[in-house]
Design a protein around this ligand. Structure first.
Ligand SMILES: [Zn+2]
Ligand SMILES: [Zn+2]
Length: 139
């Protein structure tokens, strides 16, 4: 089983199956929705996803899709295209996404020229009293 939740914990989800696809989306709508330079999405059969606490708030983000978020904390949660029986969950909401392997980029015409994850950049860990520590306690 894979589980996820929004930042405040009001919304939780579960699924028993593996994603059919995992990818990055560089489109401008996913950028605004996620608040980042791209979104990372994992696709699941809609019927396999259970919202186990509050329901996410859906809004029509384009003529062909709805996106959702938590009405309390604003965490992005899922995308559903009209007429498709799969939905994309925001990988950022997953409790344990470490084993996922994104397979492709989508919306690459909108990809920001500096998006390369920067593996060669110097790295810093969170400060001991920073939010990562709070997150570790909450998790
Ligand atoms: Zn929330
Ligand atoms: Zn997108």
């Amino acid at each position: 089983m894979r589980t996820g939740r929004c930042l405040c914990g009001a919304i939780e989800w579960q699924t028993d199956v593996n994603p059919t696809a995992v990818h990055y989306c560089h489109c401008s709508m996913c950028r605004r929705w996620s608040g980042g330079p791209f979104a990372t999405l994992a696709w699941y059969p809609q019927a396999s996803v259970r919202w186990t606490n509050r329901q996410p708030v859906e809004f029509r983000s384009s003529p062909i899709a709805v996106r959702s978020h938590c009405e309390i904390c604003g965490s992005p949660l899922h995308i559903a295209y009209d007429g498709q029986n799969e939905i994309a969950l925001a990988v950022g909401s997953m409790d344990a996404p470490e084993d996922l392997k994104p397979t492709h980029h989508y919306g690459s015409e909108a990809r920001l020229p500096w998006v390369d994850i920067g593996n060669a950049l110097p790295t810093k860990k969170h400060r001991k009293n920073g939010e990562a520590r709070v997150n570790a306690i909450m998790d």
